[in-house]
Design a protein around this ligand. Structure first.
Ligand code: B16
Ligand code: MG
Length: 219
């Protein structure tokens, strides 16, 4: 194991609730649609515009909007979201993450960010985690979002570590699919059934540590 590729939303911090609150507000105010709570998991790891398309498909209104209108609505959602994440601090880092990053540093394992979020640099800065990451893959530079492998491949390449030597850490079904398609080992955090495509699933971020992730890599 020579590198770790981290998802951000749902792994470093719980921003899924802010994404969903922003989408729910947009859907309610601009699309006259109520999103059920179960819809939240459909949006995890999925890019901004693809998330909006999924919401429109759910509401059966996809054909009513031009590309320009879709972009404007996505920007509006982002404004609500950025307002929420500007309040993030160190206190919002998920349990066990700092200890895990510290352990990786001690083992000289470089870390990359492989998030679908264009807001990942702002999130990292607000959480005070920048110094733990050697590189951030830019989702704007890749052709296909998760579940395609592009982001994880870009992160490994930027880290200058062969993808087969990397472990990807994810909380989303789309993200686990992306890690496996890239050819890395997948460690997932969350529900064992939902995330069964991963090589190892742990219940919470507090269960992430060097030994167990390295074990998943060597299996
Ligand atoms: P943004 P991740 C993903 O981040 C989120 O899970 C997903 O809900 C969001 O739509 C996507 O980023 C794009 O985010 O609108 O901030 O660019 O889980 O890949 O870290
Ligand atoms: Mg995620």
């Amino acid at each position: 194991m020579q590198g770790i590729l981290f998802d951000v939303d749902g792994i470093l911090t719980d921003t899924a609730k802010f994404h969903f609150a922003a989408w729910s507000r947009l859907a309610q105010e601009k699309l006259q649609v109520e999103l059920p709570v179960e819809f939240e998991s459909n949006l995890k790891g999925v890019s901004r515009v693809d998330s909006l398309v999924r919401i429109m498909e759910y509401a059966g209104i996809t054909d009513q909007y031009s590309l320009g209108q879709i972009t404007a609505l996505a920007n509006e959602k982002n404004a609500y979201y950025v307002q929420a994440i500007s309040q993030l601090t160190k206190a919002d880092i998920l349990p066990g993450i700092v200890a895990f990053l510290q352990e990786l540093k001690e083992h000289d394992i470089p870390c990359a960010v492989a998030s679908a979020s264009k807001n990942a640099p702002l999130i990292l800065k607000n959480l005070g985690l920048n110094s733990y990451f050697a590189v951030i893959a830019d989702p704007a530079q890749v052709k296909h979002g998760k579940p395609a492998p592009d982001l994880f491949l870009a992160a490994a390449q930027k880290l200058q570590v062969p993808i087969q030597e990397c472990v990807g850490i994810e909380d989303a079904v789309a993200g686990v699919a992306a890690i496996k398609a890239a050819g890395a080992v997948a460690v997932a955090v969350g529900d064992k059934i939902e995330l069964q495509a991963a090589d190892r699933v742990v219940s919470t971020t507090a269960d992430l540590n060097y030994t167990s992730v390295n074990e998943a890599f060597r299996q």
